[in-house]
Design a protein around this ligand. Structure first.
Ligand code: F3S
Length: 388
């Protein structure tokens, strides 16, 4: 793999041991995947941030590192809100460990916005090369923005942040971004909610596995709906890039040749069947973290109401800060808007036996990660469930 003279010096140890080890990791990754060179990245997003998932071993490893990120980088959600962890009911033992993980990343120059929606905080553009690791963020960057990132592991994204480059293979290359299967949605999608798109992703991910789907029949898909679709497909399949006819940027700009591809048909009834009624003891929305528009919709639906059961809303701190009045309006109902964490990575959610979500990804992950039954519904359904 080609390395420029500066990289060769880092590899020889001139930039310190951590930078040397980080570049060795990138070179090893590049060799495994056949990369011919490294490519400079615009930003990194680093997973492996919740103490719930990385534990003592991960914390010990992070504490051995000594270098600084050279590109803008953010953390994935952690196990608690950094400021309001007591209010969320996080134990002090967990909080101390989680704070140590955050401090270790801060020493490495990783920004402490702990979110799976970094695209709401920093501009990310068509064609940008990135090293992001959270699967929904990767899907959104590749598919909705038209940026280029592989689904990095936590150490690979951290190494890329510290070196400022990533191996150029996979989705960084034009030829690996072409559709591999057509998904024809036979439904009237004009009134489909974000939850319907999440349910479509939940269902489709199981059908397409890790192939790149090209959707037809989704005329109504806005960015919030695409976010839900991609997040769920990354959870039940391993979809890191998809295209939607006439909507996503590459489907519009690139003249894809679709001839000879398998066609999978998805019908309305298959999606509606996922919307099962069952009693729940908590409601959680914001997977992936809420956009400003989603916060506004939740505030509108909760206006003048009080929640009768725990209602969690998750969003990036930067999004909450810029929409503080909306967040305050939501909290007037008794619902709580928490930053930095989510219903899947926080240990607090393990106290519930059934959780209602409006996300196909959360529908897939809550049973395993929280040991709770998950029910999917629209945001309206979630508000109704919590307030009646
Ligand atoms: Fe984000 Fe947590 Fe969902 S990291 S995509 S809110 S599982």
């Amino acid at each position: 793999m080609y390395l420029d003279p500066q990289d060769e010096k880092i590899l020889a140890g001139e930039g310190g041991e951590t930078r040397q080890k980080m570049l060795e990791l990138l070179v090893a990754l590049g060799k495994v995947f056949g990369a011919e060179k490294l490519v400079p990245i615009r930003s990194a997003q680093v997973s492996g941030a919740s103490y719930k998932t990385i534990g003592e071993y991960g914390l010990a490893w992070l504490s051995t590192l000594d270098a600084k990120a050279v590109v803008p980088a953010v953390l994935n959600p952690i196990g608690m809100p950094r400021e309001r962890w007591q209010e969320m009911g996080v134990s002090e033992d967990f909080a101390v460990k989680q704070q140590a993980v955050v401090a270790a990343y801060e020493r490495l120059g990783i920004g402490l916005e702990c979110t799976c929606t970094p695209y709401y905080l920093r501009e990310t553009s068509y064609g940008d090369h990135l090293a992001w690791s959270e699967s929904s963020a990767v899907s959104y960057a590749n598919s909705v923005i038209g940026a280029r990132t592989n689904r990095e592991g936590g150490p690979g994204a951290l190494a890329a942040a510290i070196i400022g480059k990533t191996p150029c293979y996979g989705f960084h290359l034009e030829e690996n971004r072409r559709p591999q299967v057509i998904v024809r949605v036979q439904a009237d999608t004009r009134n489909w909610s974000i939850a319907h798109y999440g349910a479509l992703g939940y269902h489709t991910g199981k059908l397409v596995g890790n192939r790149i789907p090209f959707f037809t029949g989704l005329e109504s898909a806005d960015r919030d709906r695409l976010k839900g679709l991609g997040a769920a497909m990354a959870a039940t399949g391993a979809v890191a890039l998809y295209h939607v006819e006439g909507i996503t940027p590459e489907a519009v700009k690139v003249p894809f040749d679709l001839s000879g591809l398998e066609i999978i048909t998805v019908e309305s009834a298959e999606i509606e069947a996922l919307f099962r009624h069952m009693p729940v003891d908590a409601v959680a929305v914001g997977c992936p973290h809420c956009s400003p528009g989603e916060l506004e919709e939740i505030a509108r639906l909760l206006k003048g109401k009080l929640v009768m059961k725990p209602f969690y809303v998750f969003a990036a701190q930067g999004v909450i800060d810029r929409n503080q009045r909306t967040a305050d309006a939501i909290e007037k109902s008794g619902a709580r808007v928490f930053a930095d964490t989510c219903m899947v990575v926080s240990p607090v959610m393990e106290q519930y036996s059934a959780i209602m979500v409006n996300s196909g990804k959360a529908l897939a992950y809550v049973p395993d990660m929280c040991a709770a039954v998950a029910r999917i519904g629209t945001i309206e359904d979630c508000v109704t469930e919590a307030t009646e």
